[in-house]
Design a protein around this ligand. Sequence first.
Ligand code: V47
Length: 368
Amino acid sequence: MALLERTDLLAPIREKVEAGERLDLEDGLQLMESDDILALGELADLARRVRGGGDEVYFVQNLYLNQTNVCRVKCKFCAFAVTEKQSDSYTYTGEELVEDAVRQRGLSGFTEIHMVGGESPHVDFDYYVEIVRRLHEAMPDVHLKLFTASEIHHMTTLSGLTHEEVLRELRDAGLGSLPGGGAEVFADRVRRLVAPGKEHPDFWFHVHDTAHRLGIPTHCTMLYGHVETYEERVDHLLRLREQQDRTGGFLAFIPLAFHPEHTVFERRGWRHTTGSDDLKLIAVSRLMLDNIPNIKAYWIMMGLPLAQVALHFGANDVQGTVVREEIFHAAGARTETEQKIPELVRVIHEAGRAPVQRDTLYNELRRW
Ligand code: V47
């Protein structure tokens, strides 16, 4: 039966993939509705290869920092944010961040700092410029991948500057690229339910569009596994694909599985996504996003064993060594917060792939 279903339902999509044709909303829904998980994986892997992908699987040696956990927005999916009055709130100065990063660098020699944080109303734009400048001056050869589009938007409200002016100032201070957070799910209905205090998704696109036009590459994400429908997931992917057609500046897509612990959704009985859903989303992302070269299986979120399987479902990147991670761990992630390079290399090798250490811009640093 499974074989029959595979032949019947996914055959027209397979033909499109083989012919290098673009998939549409209906195809995306058909894929999302399929329970033939192995067929989805095989199809996504085929799409990756048809578009020129080889055996390489990338990883980056990186350090995660959070400059502050104080946030005014109160997204319902978030377990990381606090108010300034809470005893566990923090806002690090540039000096403290540099001291921490330099100490960590002595231990692990990362090539990238990935830093995001809350939207604190208690700092000003100069604070952001200062922390970027200090990090860059202390480690000029480290790529600074900093601040979600929501944070960039927050900086415009703090400063009265435009998005372009904010991005230019940050770039001049040493910013290298933007991470993909803050995208959540673009559909208005979902946004109203999970992040009513957040700016409209048009701002997310405006920030990324502006960054790309300034030559600043960025990443993109989708936070899935809460209230969104399959249609809203596919719509999200299609909006990213359209943006990439316009500006081409997305380096990678990273699906983020919702972690419910310590959020309002936990009290309403929401559970973690399952492995099948995570693999399906990786596969459908690869199939729909025909113009975004890299799909990350973020092991911090899905665990290393499932990330390894995801390499056969269209993923070609396992993100990084990640020395500390707070956002997913505040919401119940049980994964470790750091993987040593030999372990990442072993896992990629045993999946039958070729481990390649990369920099943030996907330049090859070392083939293991
Ligand atoms: O914007 C917050 C999400 C994002 C939860 O660009 C949650 O390479 C699940 O953007 N459960 C921040 N997700 C992290 C992020 C990211 C991560 C890894 C790589 C990259 C990249 C970017 O995390 C937030 C939000 O969408 N998030 N809370 C939660 N409870």
